[in-house]
Design a protein around this ligand. Structure first.
Ligand SMILES: Nc1nc2c(ncn2[C@@H]2O[C@H](COP(=O)(O)OP(=O)(O)OP(=O)(O)O)[C@@H](O)[C@H]2O)c(=O)[nH]1
Ligand SMILES: [Mg+2]
Length: 533
């Protein structure tokens, strides 16, 4: 089997955006057009309607928001696709950022009625730092949108990236009928289907074709013709090199919920997006064609399948060929591990996989030693350092009100800590040992409580804690020097999960005050060299 050929077939990408722009809906439609589902589900599924494949968690379905990223693997048109739907909410951004380390390209979804929103901007910045090619989908064109030219202008102005419209919307809001493909000079007019469950019927022709012309109002025809002329006179052509360098984003218009423009996005994306790239490790490049297997864990999730109640580590394969039952090195523990329980993933469904290639995401079941960020490889010289760290900004005590449920409470909490959903701190000199949770945002606490109760049968009670800032002390800080510290009012000393000392401050002001009065103590907003979760 030719590994190079397998690598060329791989496309691994994430869908990112501000909350509610339509990522999960678009993901579902890409599955529909990719032939991976027969009937598209909905994020707001009512009775008799399917729910989406990627929002499979009960809490996601209840709330109608994505909480956790989801991997969907399928074959389409000769490609082997690994698609990741990510949560948009900033409280879950740690999960989204980890996913961005595992992909080779992203589709950025923008609500065309709103333009670029805060969270989109933040995610974009991370993509730019990593040099990830970005494809843009202007969604919700079936609702009143901003002017398409203004949307392009905003991409260039706010994101500082070139925007190349691959297609152009015909009509706006209720009159949105389809798009003009600037490469083939063909018009695609769509019809809505009930609930958008099936592919939208489409008529294709040139702009002046009578079949097309009859369906478009004079006003829309005049507007689109004028806009297209303007775009053409700018004389830009699709520049693949600039797209691959992340300097230009190809822009597609459409409506995910109505299936308008989804096929064009899928085909356009696959044609222009890159296969797996080399990975940088300590300044050196590891190419996907490197003969030894290597990959890293970017996500851990337990209880995906209520029937199994086990834990899956998500591995992005970076080089070589993965074979089931192979023995690899786990550099963090320096142990040799046999990987026998490997799976391909589709939402919360899984299937045993015997081999995988660079670009693929596989799920390994079991292996309680594995943590987020760990490398697995047959080459003792490879160790990736991909996973970004975040500073918690929300703190709360988690009580177990029911002593008979202590075991469930502890097991559940330990598992969620391993997933990196939250961190736990331990107050120095604490009289009672109630776990002090630390998270990027308060919604994560809600998820912890919900999952403890639903997956482990352990109800819990949350109590607000009075801090908003955590800072790490230098690693070599001794217990005696901790004793000698004089802390501002309301601040406390604590330890993180790696026993590194931290200070909890009630607010920024008090953290700054401490730094000013203790100029020799270098505080850090992240642990130095601590474990990844
Ligand atoms: N009108 C209109 N509504 C849409 C379209 N696409 C998605 N929506 C709606 O927008 C809402 C949010 O959609 P989701 O797909 O859950 O958005 P998301 O980006 O995945 O949200 P998070 O994952 O929570 O960040 C839902 O009510 C969708 O039905 C569209 O093309 N047109
Ligand atoms: Mg979603």
């Amino acid at each position: 089997m030719d590994i190079a050929k397998e690598i060329q077939k791989r496309r691994t990408f994430a869908i990112i955006s501000h909350p509610d722009a339509g990522k999960t809906t678009l993901t579902e439609k890409l599955l529909l057009y990719g032939g991976a589902v027969q009937l598209a589900g909905s994020v707001t599924a009512r009775k008799n309607q399917r729910a989406t494949t990627s929002d499979w968690m009960e809490l996601e379905r209840k709330r109608g928001i994505s909480i956790s990223s989801t991997v969907l693997q399928f074959d389409y048109d000769g490609y082997h696709i690994n698609l990741l739907d990510t949560p948009g909410h900033k409280d879950f951004s740690e999960d989204t950022y980890r996913v961005l380390t595992a992909v080779d390209a992203v589709v950025m979804v923008i609500d065309a009625g709103k333009g670029i929103e805060t969270q989109t901007l933040k995610l974009f910045e991370v993509c730019r730092q990593r040099g990830v090619p970005i494809f843009t989908f202007m969604n919700k064109c079936d609702r009143p949108t901003r002017e398409p030219l203004a949307l392009l202008d905003e991409l260039e102005r706010v994101l500082g990236i070139g925007a190349f419209p691959v297609n152009w919307p015909i009509g706006n809001g209720f009159d949105f009928q389809g798009v003009y493909d600037r490469q083939t000079r063909q018009v695609y007019l769509f019809e809505r289907t009930v609930g958008g469950q099936f592919r939208a019927p489409v008529s294709i022709g040139s702009l002046s074709d009578p079949v097309i012309r009859d369906r478009v109002s004079d006003e829309t025809f005049a507007k689109v013709s004028e806009e297209l002329e303007m775009l053409d006179s700018a004389g830009e052509i699709f520049d693949d090199a600039s797209v691959l360098a992340g300097k230009t984003t190809p822009v597609f218009f459409g409506s995910g919920v109505n299936n308008f423009g989804v096929q064009l996005l899928l085909d356009g994306f696959l044609k222009h997006s890159p296969p797996p790239k080399p990975r940088v490790m300590a300044g050196a490049q590891i190419s996907p064609g490197h003969p030894e297997f290597s990959g890293f864990i970017f996500k851990i999730q337990a209880n995906m399948d209520p029937k199994h109640r086990d834990r899956i580590a998500f591995v992005r394969v970076c080089s070589g060929k993965f074979e089931r039952d192979m023995t690899v090195i786990h550099p963090r523990t320096n142990k040799k591990v046999r990987l026998s329980s490997s799976h391909k993933l589709f939402g919360n469904e899984r299937e045993v996989v015997n081999e995988a290639y660079p670009g693929d995401i596989i799920g390994l079941v079991g292996h309680s030693d594995f943590g987020i960020g760990d490398t697995l490889t047959t080459d003792k010289n490879i160790c990736y350092k991909e996973i970004p760290r975040f500073t918690p900004e929300a703190f709360a005590y988690l009580h177990n009100p029911n002593t008979s449920k202590f075991k469930q409470f502890r097991t559940g909490l330990d598992q969620l800590l391993q997933e990196g959903v939250i961190q736990v701190l331990q107050l120095r000199d604490a009289a009672i040992k109630v776990p002090l949770l630390a998270a990027v945002g308060p919604l994560q606490f809600e998820v912890v409580q919900y999952r403890l109760e639903n997956e482990y049968g352990a109800p819990s009670r949350l109590e607000a804690a009075p801090w908003t800032v955590v800072r790490w002390l230098p690693a070599q800080f001794t217990e005696t020097s901790l004793d000698a510290l004089s802390l501002p009012t309301g601040s406390r000393l604590a330890y993180d999960m790696g026993q590194n000392p931290v200070i909890l401050f009630p607010n920024d002001w008090s953290a700054n005050y401490f730094s000013q009065t203790n100029p020799r103590i270098a505080l850090s907003s992240l642990p130095i060299g601590g474990p990844a979760n």
